[in-house]
Design a protein around this ligand. Sequence first.
Ligand SMILES: *[C@@H]1O[C@H](CO)[C@@H](O)[C@H](O)[C@H]1NC(C)=O
Ligand SMILES: *[C@@H]1O[C@H](CO)[C@@H](O)[C@H](O)[C@H]1NC(C)=O
Ligand SMILES: *[C@@H]1O[C@H](CO)[C@@H](O)[C@H](O)[C@H]1NC(C)=O
Ligand SMILES: *[C@@H]1O[C@H](CO)[C@@H](O)[C@H](O)[C@H]1NC(C)=O
Length: 753
Amino acid sequence: MINHPCILILPLLLAALSGAVAGDYLIGVGSHDMTGPAAGVNMMGYANMEQVTGGIHFRLRARAFIVADRRPGPDGARFAFVNLDAGMASQLVTIKVLERLKTRYGELYNEENVAISGTHTHAGPGGYLQYVTYSITSLGFVPQSFDALVTAIELSVVQAHDRLKPGSIFINTGDVKNASVNRSPSAYLFNPPSERAKYQTNVDTLMTLLKFVDETSGKSIGAFSWFATHGTSMSRDNKLISGDNKGAAARFFEDWFFDNNGSSTFPASNAEQSNVARASTKQLSRIKATGGQACNKTASRESKVRKNDGLRFVGAFCQSNVGDVSPNVLGAFCLDSGKPCDFNHSTCHGDDQLCVGRGPGYPDEVLSTKIIGERQYQKAVDLFTSAESKIAGKIDSRLVYLHFTDIEVALKGNEVVRTCPAALGPGFAAGTTDGPGVFGFRQGDTKINEFWKTVRDAIKEPSKYQVECQKPKSVLLDTGEMFWPYDWAPAILPIQILRLGQLVILSVPGEFTTMAGRRLREAVKETLITYNNEEFDDNTHVVIAGLANTYSQYVATFEEYKQQRYEAASTLYGPHTLSAYIQEFEKLAKAVATGDRNISRGPSPPDLSSVQISLLQDPSGDSPPAGVRFGDIKQDVKSRKFRAGEKVRATFWSANPRYDLLTEGTFAAVEKLENDNSDDRWKPVYDDDDFCLFFRWDSSSGDSYGIATIEWEVPEEAVDGGIYRLRHFGAFRTAKDSPVEYFTGASNGFTVS
Ligand SMILES: *[C@@H]1O[C@H](CO)[C@@H](O)[C@H](O)[C@H]1NC(C)=O
Ligand SMILES: *[C@@H]1O[C@H](CO)[C@@H](O)[C@H](O)[C@H]1NC(C)=O
Ligand SMILES: *[C@@H]1O[C@H](CO)[C@@H](O)[C@H](O)[C@H]1NC(C)=O
Ligand SMILES: *[C@@H]1O[C@H](CO)[C@@H](O)[C@H](O)[C@H]1NC(C)=O
């Protein structure tokens, strides 16, 4: 009996070696609304002061997954990954989320095993970052934006945690066509020809997708994918909150899954069931209608009405090395002549503001958002339905904080160089072809004229050391040496590695250019294989999760840095920034490969919450003009009959949407009249999360009220001869301390034929 103990032990041994056997994970997904304030708050991304929120095209969400080792015990490794429909992650948001998770779960979720990454939409409310540079245009810190993010991230993780169940994970990769172009191709050409020759294009077209499958039901519960393209399909003039192309892709993907497997929502946990009960007793304004694939004809709407989003499949589209990657795939053209812009500087006869990129739906930015979203979504569906490669192996994570302003970097050939305090060059002020910046600056400029030098020195004259260190960038804004009224730029940055079997995720706190990302991924992969060729090999997937955990702008290669286009001018820590990242990530990768847990965590980043300045006022009491009530129609629908493709519009007297963000609810709905005898015969069929329904907010006519416009682009699928109406929901206070009151209003009914 005991002749061959090895045979008995072997499977155990193998399982121990690989860390986990097939199906040996616990998996949970979660999703929560994080839309935030839809009126008067500066949007994060373009740094355009005039671009303030004025309504919602579709809602922003935090989407999370947790994977945990199924083996019981306190050491069962796990990590949580959260993807935000936000411009980027924020150090302060990360700090507060971790505090809240600590209160709930002790040490289970911590800085090392939680990653928070932004999709880089430029159409979400700003003011949630703690460094001055990133909150100038939002007039400082905006608590309401911040709280919406922190709460949504926390609750998405809680949901994922509550749902942890045994399951399998599959991985698949493929190329996304025509959803990205390089917006600084002249800088890319600075990279060595031998290096460029290794790649077919000047952008990374690869999408890497994870598919999560519940073991008991065999049904998928979610999918997360990574692919690099900027969230700039919506322009710098847009005022509607939007998840941009990645948010759109997520919306389409989740709707597609629902349409295909709508009845198969997985079983709710007890906590969720009580949520459902609560949801159904919530006030009218909290109704949750449903999505439609850009409101194309899909399954019958009625069957899709979901009372609680918490039960749904989570499909997330995450950002990667996005630095020089634009979704405006038609190229950049001069606004005046219509001709292509200057290649090296992206100007039109010297003017940076005339050179603007065009998306595939040009001049319709919503259409561009839809098309670039669809291209990602369709590839994700392909990868999802054909995913066969099962993930097996350890779950692991490492994080270190680095004082990035002074890292000694050993280059090949024994040369030792250093990173610098943060600084921005003139190319930063020029902006990009996705959103031109200040007049008078050009991408690729390494000189600053006397006028701007005088202005700069009035703000902060850079130290001699800094000037030398940053070359060939000339310092326009010496953010790393500016500390008044508080720090202008981060000095301490986290870098993080998450491992899930043969997938390795690198959380980087910024926007790596295409080639910078390639170099980092290759260096990490090589290190992993060098130190552990049993668990890592050529099939190991290394993905970059961009804009993660904190934000420190761009990372261009040493060669791209020479040209000083926008990405290089925004590479904060000097010409060797990328080399420093690679050096430090190699150390982390070695620690992962060798199982070394004895690495120094490094200096903690500051919590600057106590010194934040907030100059944007909260609304302090609204009342309608004489003779009307909030929710009353101002201008009704102009007809009783509409056709598919037409726009139905009504305006309402309304209060500032910041009194209650109606999180997981809606400000607008299209309702359909049902032929039943219930009291509630108007059933919601579209809400402000739907692509075909627009909620616009305008307060230019009054200080204590505004006008809400609800506009519905009638989709084909609605053409069933039914009777519809537009509905508005809102909330107000009459004074700062008075209670929040809710109102609603509806248009006349109309038919759609
Ligand atoms: C829907 O469920 C069926 C049966 O469980 C499964 O075969 C199919 O792959 C699922 N579809 C999707 C899109 O996951
Ligand atoms: C762009 O600049 C490079 C040098 O930096 C130069 O060789 C090239 O000719 C320029 N291209 C154009 C189209 O001006
Ligand atoms: C890329 O998309 C544009 C706009 O949608 C289209 O005109 C062009 O033909 C596409 N190119 C390829 C290679 O698919
Ligand atoms: C951990 O690292 C420190 C310093 O890097 C070293 O002194 C110590 O011996 C290490 N401990 C182990 C167990 O390797």
